[in-house]
Design a protein around this ligand. Structure first.
Ligand code: NAD
Length: 284
């Protein structure tokens, strides 16, 4: 396992289209309470994670902020992502939402700010995006991106706005590989970030193919899946509140999947999502 000076695992960076560097593996905190997120983020930072993914909708930005402050890790060494929720869309709302997230996190800038869902039928995402462009210009946010955007909604931003989203954070795992959207991202310099990278506990990790590949490397199915993401170029943000799993999920830099392993995992695609469909999801 590659270890940095402090004895923890060191995660490599990838470059975003605007030149910002982002760790290729980070830590997700969806469905964790404030207290759980605080504890889990502290453990994650001790284990070497240097990227944390939260959202105003998760209700745990304060816990994440407390963990960051308590960790003693310098602010500039941690990449912090948050997202604005559906009822925070629109130009003025988005500016206010960013201030509110920064204040809950106790930070004076974000590393990455995302629009959580496009909600295409409401048609507010372009105005929202213009606010994110201004936040980036003002230095409140280092990089801006989107989440759950489709080819259609991304195309509209690319055609009509000034800044191309640095990241699109989407549901992506071996059962839902999103080859078409990944190819679109590649063509436009947009980084693919995978949410539910481990399949969110829906049985993916029990797949016999992953078990077989894991055994051949002395690794767990979760490690095989995370390694697959890294080798196809995704950014990943696995979530766990269990310390042993937090450690397991970052220990994925000391082995490599073979072309045959990659092919076998490629064949697991079922083309069906576990989460909501971004073309219609509108919950406020
Ligand atoms: P995930 O695929 O990371 O799965 C997490 C679950 O997998 C855990 O709760 C645990 O039950 C299990 N798990 C974790 N490590 C394991 C291991 N080593 N062995 C066995 N089981 C293990 O799903 P997720 O949390 O939904 O996604 C990751 C992150 O992506 C979230 O925490 C959040 O930050 C982000 N996310 C974003 C959106 C979005 O709309 N943008 C939606 C969902 C999640």
């Amino acid at each position: 396992m590659e270890r940095a000076e402090g004895g923890h695992v060191s995660v490599p960076d990838v470059d975003l289209i605007d030149g910002t560097a982002m760790p290729q593996l980070g830590f997700g905190v969806f469905q964790a309470s404030d207290e759980e997120a605080e504890r889990a983020v502290r453990t994650a930072l001790e284990q070497g994670y240097r990227s944390v993914d939260t959202a105003s909708a998760y209700g745990n930005e304060e816990g994440v902020g407390r963990a960051l402050r308590a960790s003693g890790v310098p602010r500039e060494e941690v990449f912090v992502t948050t997202k604005l929720w559906n009822d925070e869309q629109g130009y003025d709302n988005a500016l206010r939402a960013c201030d509110a997230s920064l204040s809950r996190l106790g930070l004076d800038y974000l590393d990455l700010y995302l629009i959580h869902w496009p909600m295409p039928s409401r048609g507010a995402y372009l105005d929202t995006w213009r606010a994110l462009e201004d936040l980036k210009r003002d230095g409140r946010v280092r990089a801006i991106g989107v989440s759950n955007f489709t080819v259609e909604t991304l195309s509209r931003i690319i055609e009509e706005a000034d800044v191309v989203p640095a990241v699109n954070q989407i549901e992506l795992h071996p059962y839902f590989q999103q080859d078409g959207l990944r190819a679109f991202h590649r063509d436009h310099g947009i980084r693919t970030e995978a949410w539910a990278p481990l399949g969110q506990g829906h049985g993916l990790l029990d797949d016999p193919a992953l078990d077989r590949i894991g055994r051949s490397h002395g690794r767990t199915p979760a490690q095989v899946v995370l390694r697959w993401h890294l080798q196809i170029g995704n950014v990943v943000i696995p979530k766990s509140v269990t310390p042993s799993r937090i450690a397991e999920n970052i220990d994925v830099f000391g082995f490599e999947l073979s072309p045959d392993d990659m092919k076998a995992i490629g064949e697991l695609d079922q083309g069906t999502r576990f989460g909501p469909d971004p073309a219609v999801f509108e919950t406020a």
